[in-house]
Write a protein that binds this ligand. Structure first.
Ligand code: AHM
Ligand code: MG
Length: 312
């Protein structure tokens, strides 16, 4: 039964953030709700499978990657938005509005399409006069808000605004997002979430740090960062995607994967580092820059940092 007395997203945002930002976050939520419908019936439609193209990262594009990208492009062309940077686009799209740059991963966890949970991520940046370059680096700290959605049962959105993190649940009966977990706080670590099959690819420092951070924890890993991070945030734990010999700079991308999760974790009282420092302090000099990510309960992240930065 629907609990229509729970605060609704648009009412929650009104007065809490500037109107332009509220419009962006409302549009992101509405587009996500539409995407949820497409995902729920994808095996019944022609939306499963690959397009035959590859994206800028040389990864095969799923039809749903392309569909999700178009969905967010349509939704986020708003007067307050100066630029869109998407995982699926080679180049940033300049819109010339202002003052917000929206960086998004339209469909995170693409390897799980049709079989398990996937999601969408957005970081909303200000003060980005130009797309990130060596001459004009950006920091995650320039985000005013960040959010991710997990298309599971329930479909949930975790939203960071005004130094606080709140979780909303999509109510299909009236197509609203309702506040179900206000003021989320990172819980003590219980789960470690990492692809352990890559152990042979890790440096001695990474292997030592993974062991130190995950000592005494239980393992959970889905291959969808958003799903794993949701578990880490709500149930307690640490999510790790360190650099390895196959991805020497790390696999995940700074602007629309790592930094939004970093902002959410820090504002929830947890932590998110690249091994040595907060991901929000790492200069980003290219739109699709990659990095390592260790995010979750502050004490587990600190155990990683201590072991990672110790002399060999
Ligand atoms: P994607 O944006 O192309 O889906 O890639 C990011 C995903 C993350 O969701 C997940 O944590 C990671 O890649 C899984 O990678 P791996 O299969 O190497 O463990
Ligand atoms: Mg992704």
């Amino acid at each position: 039964m629907s609990q229509s007395s729970l605060p609704e997203l648009r009412a929650f945002l009104s007065g809490r953030v500037p109107d332009g930002l509220a419009a962006i976050l409302g549009a992101f939520a509405e587009a996500s709700a539409g995407l949820r419908d497409a995902l729920a019936t994808a095996p019944l439609s022609d939306l499963l499978g690959a397009t035959g193209d590859t994206n800028v990262q040389d990864e095969p594009t799923a039809k749903l990657d392309a569909y999700a990208n178009e969905t967010f492009h349509r939704a986020l062309r708003l007067p307050g938005v100066t630029r869109l940077i998407s995982e699926e686009d080679e180049a940033p799209v300049e819109l010339g509005g202002g003052p917000y740059t929206c960086c998004f991963d339209p469909l995170d966890g693409s390897s799980n399409i049709g079989v398990a949970a996937v999601g969408s991520v957005i970081g909303v940046y200000t003060g980005m006069a130009a797309a990130p370059s060596a001459a004009a680096p950006t920091l995650g700290r320039q985000m005013e808000a960040a959010a991710f959605v997990v298309y599971g049962l329930p479909t949930m959105m975790v939203l960071a605004t005004g130094g606080q993190v709140d979780a909303f649940t999509f109510d299909p009966t009236d197509r609203t997002w309702r506040l179900t977990s206000p003021a989320v706080r990172a819980q003590p670590a219980k789960y470690a979430s990492i692809n352990w099959m890559y152990r042979d690819r890790w440096s001695p420092a990474v292997a030592r740090a993974v062991d130190n951070a995950s000592d005494g924890l239980r393992g959970r890993y889905s291959g969808s960062m958003v799903e794993d991070v949701l578990r880490v945030l709500l149930s307690g734990g640490v999510f790790l995607y360190p650099e390895d010999s196959a991805s020497p700079a790390g696999k995940l991308r700074m602007l629309y994967e790592i930094c939004p999760i970093g902002l959410i974790m820090e504002w929830a009282g947890g932590a998110a580092i690249d091994g040595a420092r907060s991901v929000l302090d790492v200069p980003v000099t290219a739109p699709h820059q990659r990095g390592p990510l260790v995010a979750g309960a502050a004490e587990a992240v600190e155990r990683y940092r201590v072991a990672y930065t110790a002399p060999d």
